[in-house]
Every structure is written in C-alpha cells, then in structure tokens.
Design a protein around this ligand. Structure first.
Ligand SMILES: Cc1cc2nc3c(=O)[nH]c(=O)nc-3n(C[C@H](O)[C@H](O)[C@H](O)COP(=O)(O)O)c2cc1C
Length: 328
C-alpha cells in the first residue's frame, strides 16, 4: 500500500456515471491528483453516516477498497493507495455537493472543451437534512454526453455493434482528402479517455495534431511513411509520472505503455465505429517525435484516421487453435 501525502480538495461530478461523486485530492504539484469515485449507493451511505454524526465503514464496489469514517479523520484504503481526509471538512463538502443540482454546458463541443468545468446550479437554498431523493440529482458528464448524444448517434450512421466493428476493421494507408468532422474527433478522444488504466492513474497523453506543417514533420519522424499526413492524426504518449505507486520503475514504464496503447486501441475502434479507417504507426524515431511536438514524454504510437479511398476486407489471421492454448 502506498501512502500518498495529499490534501483532500474537492468533490466533482463523475465523468461517466449518472450518480455518485468524484472525490479529489491534490498534491504539491497542480496536476498531482488522486481521485476516488463513489457510486450513488456509496455516497448515500456516507451521507447517512454523516447525518447521524456517527462513525462507520463503507465497502466500495471493487470489493477491495474501504472507507473508514472516524470522528476526526476519514481513511480511504484503496487498492493501491491510502488517502485521508479531515472528517469535518469532508462532511461539509459532501453536504454541499449533494445539495447542488449539476447542470452541464452543452452542446457545442470541440475537443478542446472536454474538461471545461461543469456548471453548478443551486437547486434549493434549503439547509434541511439531506434525503435520499436529493441525492438523485441529474448528473451527466461531458464525456458521457459526447459518447451518448442522440443527435450524434442519428447523424453519424456509424456501427454500434462492437463485434461488427472489430470484424470489419481494416487498416488503411490511403485516405481521401475529406476532413474528419469535429464531433467524430471528440468521440474518438472521449473513447480513448474511457480505456482502463493501471490504478486509474491514466498514465498517458494524447496530442491531436491539426497543423499541416506538424503533420508533415511527423511523416519525416516516422520513417517517411506518407500516410502519417492523414486527415486526423493522434499521437499517444506514455506519462509514467502520473502513476503514484511505489513499485519498480520498469513496472511503471510497462503500465504507462499499456495505458497509452489501450487508449489508442479504444480510439482506433471508435474511429472504425464512426465509419473512418485508421492506420496504427509504431515505426518512428522517438526523439524526432518528441522534438517535433516539443515534449519530454515518450511516444507509444501514432493513430492516423480518415475516410479510406477504398474499403477493403479485413486481413486474415492465423487459425484460432494456433493462437489459443487452453490450460485445463
Ligand atoms: C504495434 C503496431 C505497430 C504498427 N506499425 C505500423 C507502421 O509503422 N506502419 C504501418 O504502415 N503499419 C503499422 N502497423 C499496422 C499493421 O501493419 C497492421 O495492423 C497489420 O498489418 C494488420 O492489418 P489490419 O490492421 O488491417 O488488420 C502497426 C500495427 C501495430 C499494432
């Protein structure tokens, strides 16, 4: 268990669920952050304990983490980290949070708007005790809005059956000049954000490249593969410093590579679902990419997307019995 010296900071609306809360701790650096997401039910239990001015224990849905509410300090024993919050501060913030109606700013998204703060509106000025009903406020994260927006679903004419998407996907190295719509870019990036990551530390970064001059420089950095100059280009980076766990640096490196790769894979499938084709680029000069994009982060892959000149059938794979070993 890794003790993280952090200060409990605030409570926010969860990214991708309708209920519950996102408890945020901050470290010394501004972007040094730890988050605990409580479900609706867990939040309700916490409120109940606070309302009774009592102490207690809440088992979180992951069946590993627990929250111990003592009169002075509340302890969050999570799978990888141990966090603390002053019980009185936490109680005050929880009460403030559950009394607020959360409304979201919509609908003109651009990818740069992803993490704009949600607009909070007071539902009522009442300070009376908090009922379960009040906790059932309408909450929908921007991430969720982007992924589930009905207007977009109707307009996109994309595929939503995951099995059809994976069986039809085929890499493309020849894209038409048609630009990829902004809302599709948003969905691709939002999909990347939903990928699982080690300890939920999200140890990756995505650069979305719009500037033609930069795309051309990336072609050169990627062994002159011309298709890197595609209508939509995303560069996925490992960001191991986000992982706040005490473990060998090789493991941290491995986790951040896996995080970045999974995110890119989610983005690739999302692009396919939206009727786009992609090419995954793993062959490049890392130092050149870093210099072109002016970052110290290590790139893991480039994902290029656009509309294919020709839609081809998927490539064949080896026989399943060659791929799979069943241990029984
Ligand atoms: C890790 C990885 C690295 C890759 N690097 C390149 C690359 O640098 N250039 C390229 O043209 N294709 C690259 N590809 C694409 C593969 O060649 C392609 O996925 C593979 O031939 C299977 O074809 P399919 O994607 O149509 O099923 C890469 C794919 C992966 C998963």
């Amino acid at each position: 268990m890794n003790f993280v010296a952090m200060q409990f900071y605030t409570i926010e609306v969860p990214y991708a669920s309708l209920g519950g809360a996102r408890l945020v701790w901050r470290g010394v650096d501004e972007d040094d952050e730890q988050v605990v997401v409580l479900t609706d039910e867990e939040l309700r239990q916490l409120v109940e304990i606070f309302e009774k001015n009592s102490t207690g224990k809440i088992e979180l849905v992951d069946q590993v983490s627990t929250v111990l509410i003592n009169s002075d300090v509340t302890q969050f024993n999570l799978q990888y980290v141990f966090l603390e919050a002053d019980t009185q501060v936490l109680k005050r913030k929880v009460f403030e949070y559950v009394k607020v109606y959360h409304k979201y700013q919509l609908p003109s998204y651009t990818s740069s708007q992803f993490y704009h703060p949600f607009e909070h509106e007071k539902k009522s000025k009442s300070t009376s005790s908090i009922s379960n009903e009040k906790i059932k406020v309408v909450k929908k994260s921007l991430l969720e809005q982007i992924l589930s927006s009905e207007t977009y679903l109707q307009a996109e004419k994309g595929e939503s059956d995951i099995f059809k998407i994976i069986t039809k996907r085929r890499s493309t190295r020849k894209f038409t000049k048609t630009a990829v719509e902004d809302w599709k870019i948003d969905k691709i990036l939002a999909a990347a954000d939903t990928a699982p990551t080690a300890g939920n530390f999200q140890a990756f970064q995505v650069f979305y490249i719009k500037k033609e001059e930069v795309k051309r420089a990336l072609v050169e950095a990627a062994n002159n593969q011309p298709y890197v100059n595609a209508p939509a280009v995303f560069v996925f980076f490992m960001d191991p410093n986000r992982i706040k766990m005490k473990m060998p640096s090789s493991t941290i490196q491995k986790f951040s590579l896996q995080d970045a790769t999974l995110a890119a894979s989610y983005a690739q499938l999302a692009a396919s679902a939206l009727g786009l084709s992609t090419i995954w680029i793993g062959m490049f000069d890392e130092e050149k990419i870093k210099s072109v994009l002016n970052t110290d982060l290590q790139p893991s892959s480039i994902l290029c997307a656009g509309y294919p000149v020709v839609r081809r059938l998927p490539r064949s794979r080896r026989k399943l019995n060659e791929l799979i070993k069943v241990i029984q």
